[in-house]
Design a protein around this ligand. Structure first.
Ligand code: LFR
Length: 469
């Protein structure tokens, strides 16, 4: 029996602790703990409750003890761009905002006054998303400047949790890249950019690569969970971990990391920064082993999750897919990347308004809404493939869909049909698997990324969907 490793994978809507080990050369997973997540609505703000999340991390670790399966190491990944500012006593300054909060509205204009968007893209290769940390920090500078003056350290959320576990402050590179403050050539903070923006330069710690040791558990944490282990860095941006687990040895095909967001792109050994990439808003986020995740953010399952929620979670996702199929002749479509879908008060209303505004029939039933959402998403995949192939100057035969959304057979088929490509679906737990792979490579149980991906392909079922028309 191989050694256990613990992946703590926290997404914007749920978190999980997954124990992994190698058995006869195959990766075995065991989900030992799961918890809900979501931004809290507080005084008109959207906030993360980091103390609660940290409590969940520790609670899940205790499960290992209960099961008698003590991991040799653990790593934490979360969504990107969100961070805390710490004072000189390492206390959090101000609120911990969630990226869908509206405080960044208009902050793109403030940043553009200092640096035009084209220059910002040329420098960082990062897509424009109004929630990027660069805009969040501009909101702090504009609205709560005293917080930036008092700040001693900036930590992205997974790094903050690592600090609470070990007492050591480290900044991880893949997640750091999503701030839009990192130089893709040096793999370090762009201090020139940071200075120009008027952010304090010394709050940014040197960026460390996945596979770096963070430290051992603090004595009080050891006491609470009943064991000690090494905390290491994985690709702490969840998408970076997911992309590690694309079951393709050479890593040169199209993938969609499908969850709350759909991240569609390719892996590249060099950043792809040019006018076409900028116009299509593709990003060059940092990946494992100094690779780049050249991808586009597509609104993803967030829209259907939100619709479902508004119907009091009365329908399962499988039921919503069935109802969408029954309403397949309802032909209205929306641009899923329209900003009105990022953080609306009501997703149902936002979809209806979009249809009305664009002179299309307005969906009324749940089935019609679900049909609009799923088919518009597939259509967006189709468009994204076209621009990706244009920019890459080559075509691709297939798409790997990984992550929780890869379990939605209905969407997989729509994707195959909308793109004309064969879809390979799975593994569903790609993010946790990628998190574990970084640890297994660190522990020298796996040799490198290439053999890790081969191992993923041999360990998990991958389903095939061929285009029907
Ligand atoms: C996916 C993800 C995306 C990022 C978005 C916001 O979970 O990490 O990659 O753009 O969440 O952080």
């Amino acid at each position: 029996m191989g050694k256990y490793y613990l992946a703590v994978d926290i997404g914007a809507s749920s978190g999980r602790h997954i124990l992994g080990h190698l058995e006869n050369g195959k990766i075995k997973l065991e989900e030992i703990y799961r918890f809900e997540n979501g931004m809290d609505h507080k005084d008109g703000k959207l906030l993360w409750n980091v103390d609660r999340l940290f409590g969940e991390i520790v609670a899940g670790m205790r499960k290992c003890k209960e099961l008698g399966k003590i991991p040799v190491s653990m790593a934490i990944d979360t969504w990107a761009v969100d961070y805390v500012l710490l004072d000189e006593q390492d206390r959090i300054l101000g609120d911990t905002y969630g990226y869908r909060d509206h405080r960044t509205d208009g902050m793109d204009a403030e940043v553009a006054k200092i640096l035009p968007e084209t220059e910002l893209y040329a420098k960082t290769g990062i897509q424009k998303q109004i929630f990027n940390t660069i805009y969040q920090l501009m909101a702090v500078k504009e609205k709560e400047p005293e917080l930036l003056q008092r700040a001693k350290t900036l930590l992205m959320l997974p790094d903050y949790f690592g600090f609470r576990l070990t007492g050591n402050k480290l900044s991880e590179y893949t997640n750091g890249s999503t701030t839009q403050l990192v130089n893709p050539n040096t793999f370090q903070w762009d201090t020139d950019l940071i200075r120009k923006l008027g952010y304090p330069e010394d709050i940014f710690l040197p960026l460390k690569m996945p596979g770096t040791k963070v430290g051992q558990l603090l004595p009080e944490i050891q006491k609470e969970v009943g064991f000690n282990l090494e905390v290491v860095l994985c690709g702490s941006h969840d998408t970076a971990s997911a992309v590690m687990a694309v079951p393709q040895t050479e890593g040169d095909g199209i993938y969609i990391s499908s969850g709350t967001w759909s991240l569609m792109g390719i892996e590249s050994l060099k950043p792809i920064i040019n006018e076409e990439a900028a116009a299509a808003n593709f990003t060059n986020e940092g990946g494992y082993d100094h690779r780049f995740r050249f991808l586009k953010n597509i609104m993803g399952l967030w829209m259907i999750q939100s619709v479902r929620h508004e119907y009091k979670d009365a329908y399962s996702f499988a039921q919503l897919c069935d109802m969408a199929e029954e309403s397949k002749n309802f032909l209205s479509r929306v641009d899923v990347n329209d900003p009105s879908f990022l953080s609306p008060d009501s997703m149902v209303e936002a979809i209806k308004q979009y249809c009305q505004k664009t002179g299309q029939p307005v969906p009324e039933s749940v089935g019609e809404l679900a049909s609009v959402v799923y088919r518009s998403l597939a259509q967006s995949y189709g468009e994204t493939v076209s621009s990706l192939e244009k920019i890459a100057g080559r075509t691709y035969d297939s798409i790997h869909i990984i992550g929780g959304g890869s379990n939605a057979a209905y969407l997989n088929q729509l994707t195959a049909d909308a793109t004309g490509k064969t879809v390979y679906a799975g593994p569903g737990e790609a993010t946790a698997i990628g998190n574990l792979l970084a640890q297994m490579i660190h522990a020298e149980e796996l040799a490198d990324l290439k053999s890790a991906r081969k191992c993923v392909r041999e360990s998990f079922e991958i389903r095939t969907f061929d285009p029907e028309k």
